[in-house]
Ligand binder design. Sequence first.
Ligand code: PLP
Length: 406
Amino acid sequence: MTLDVDRIRKDFPILGTEMRGRPLTYLDSGASAQKPKAVIDAMSDFYSARYANIHRGVYQLSADATRDYEAVRGKVARFIGAKDEREIVFVRNATEAINLVARTWGEVNVGEGDEIVLTWMEHHANIVPWQMLADRKGATIRVAEIDDDGVLDVHHLASLLGPRTKLLAVTHVSNALGTINPVAELVALAKEHGVTTLVDGAQAVPHQPVDVDAIGADFYAFSGHKVFGPSGAGVLHGRYPLLDAMPPFLGGGDMIEVVSFDGTTFAPVPQKFEAGTPDIASVIGFGAAIDYLDGIGMDAIAAYEHELLEYATAGLDTVPGLRIVGRAKEKAAVLSFVLEDAHPHDIGTCLDGEGVAIRAGHHCAQPLMQRVGVPATARASLAFYNTREDIDRLVDALVKTAELFS
Ligand code: PLP
């Protein structure tokens, strides 16, 4: 399937700019995606002509802002296949979504001697909140193995699920390897053992159609800024009965029903989890990002990015001394690599000089780096606005870098 990428690129003002005197080649969408003008305009319009706080004003402006904000909840629900828009909780980002679950569901459901199952390929956002919970409760973290290609060992994961397991928290797509995990299968396995599930969808939602209903996880978390929306708006999807039974996260305005010094009752889901004034403009901008993506189609985006991944993989394999880290068959358009004799930070700096923006480091996945036996990697992460020319520039810059360090 082909996209009209030349037209699409014109929708992203930053892609027409230069870096270091060369056309910007932006290959760090895994860290944060660039924004189409539709998103920038939606936020600017909101601030210019329609801004007010939500949920509390009786005047027109506030009622309109509330309607626009709440409309995005419905859009998100449709976009990810959620059946009930009350299951969409707005948070700042995936990190906050996961911490919310750890601090609320975890607080009442995980106890001493219980186990939480993670995998070696988790982002720190899906490790540290569980470690903090485990420390508070005297619970244990168990970690499912991956193989040398970066593929999850499902049999090993299944062997970790037992009577003490309370939670399986797993990434949908690895940010450092690109591996796409069979999350529906993993959730089904966990369900057989009565285990609650959380899927970290931060790297999946921007690149492929996601259907949380089909996946069946109890919780699904992601960040709007990676889905071509602004920073400051993220999503926790939770199954209604769980959200309803969970204690609140933060306390304050907007999340209450009645407050008195004799006691407070809480608002229904999802307001119970949305204390204080949210990042209203970012949610509005995120709604515009969803409209924009709907206009292109996530199936078409996934197909295009897959072609680009194959092209990029073949290109990187021609660079002398370069080794791709992560070669799963089911893989998103993320290319982690190391180069003989060059530290990933040196690679990043050399590429920067050529106008090519990539990421270098541990990618907030230090346990994974230990598992694959490198301190860091360089990473190119693609999006539907990238082109074969971007990949050619990456490969040319890498060949130069390899020569410099040989
Ligand atoms: N999970 C994964 C797989 C990620 O790649 C990231 C960010 O890179 C996160 C979670 C955390 O996202 P955020 O920093 O937006 O909370």
